[in-house]
Design a protein around this ligand. Sequence first.
Ligand code: SF4
Length: 398
Amino acid sequence: MKKDLRPLGLYIHIPFCRCKCAYCDFYSLPGQDESRMDAYLDALTQHLREVAPRAAAYEVDTVYFGGGTPSIFGVERLKKLLKTVRKSYRLSKHAEVTLEANPESARDVKALKSLRRAGFNRISLGVQSMDDEMLRQLGRVHSAEDVRAAVQAIRKAGIQNLSLDLMYALPGQTIEHWQQTLVDTIALQPEHLSCYALKIEEGTPFAARQDSLDLADDDTQADMYLTAVKTLAQAGYAQYEISNFSREGFHSRHNAKYWQLQEYAGFGCGAHSDFGDVRYAYERDLESYLRGELRLSESNHIPARERTTEYLMLGLRTVRGISKGEFESISRFPFSCIEPVLLRCRDAGYAVEENGRWHLTPEGFLVSNAIIGEVTDAALSEQRRRADAIARGSFCPV
Ligand code: SF4
């Protein structure tokens, strides 16, 4: 990266899907035709160009096409978008360029090769399960065989950075089923894996029939999670975040920006950004977006120094963890205000301190919400104590 330039990630949201999965609450629209996709390409292109002047002092080192299902947007449209990024932004030669894809729409070697030549160098494939019955229940339109065919095509096309997304705690899934999915997935030799527990989100078909779903209880879910951590570690995948595992050198550089409070700019309806001290998101509304109206659903100015809670919440999700120096420079509070909580967690086997950084253990990740709550409460109570002392005129920074 050139001196004086700051790193920036771009996120481009493609909201189209072939059909809606039973658990999905992402902004994704099934059954859209080619003309709508063309119109969306035009709107995205205009949006990318409009924001570009604000990014003049940045170098783009990651681009992430997420969805939805970006792989059904079509090779030519995807290439045009990346070309617009190249023309309008300073794109690093070594940028990580990720395309989310589903197995049924990522089996054409010629198309994948064309994407690779255009600059796409990482694919994140939505596998979810290697069990056809589980896939059917989830409302996925692919089979385990489609996954194998897609992985083969991606490799033939010369793409050497492949991530596979999996889900566990599925209705009726046993630990043995889950273990088998892990084994079948490891056999495909991806560089990266994400494992998420199924969450029943409001408004989804699964939520409507939640009572009739045979869902895993908390203990089984915890066992599935620890099974994943152990099985993947044995296969050479290091855990670097609660839900993410990779071979050395293949962690997701784009997702790391979210966890390390780095800047990213989002494009497309529903896309989120954290850019220039402002966190903002565009409305989940395709119609207004196609009319070129960039309506915001939220916008908050958050200077770096007001990001203590975010720093703790996001940092403690990762194996990189948090450090005294970073905490004190962001919060301006002494680390001693949160240290007692971390020491208690260490004694209980939930946290460790290594090379000056604190991070949670796999057992700690299982109860991370409670731990993060305690740590942030400790920081917030220090903040209140200081505010009270300032109000009384007795504050003395030590
Ligand atoms: S493919 Fe992904 S974005 Fe589309 S409906 Fe299924 S889960 Fe949602």
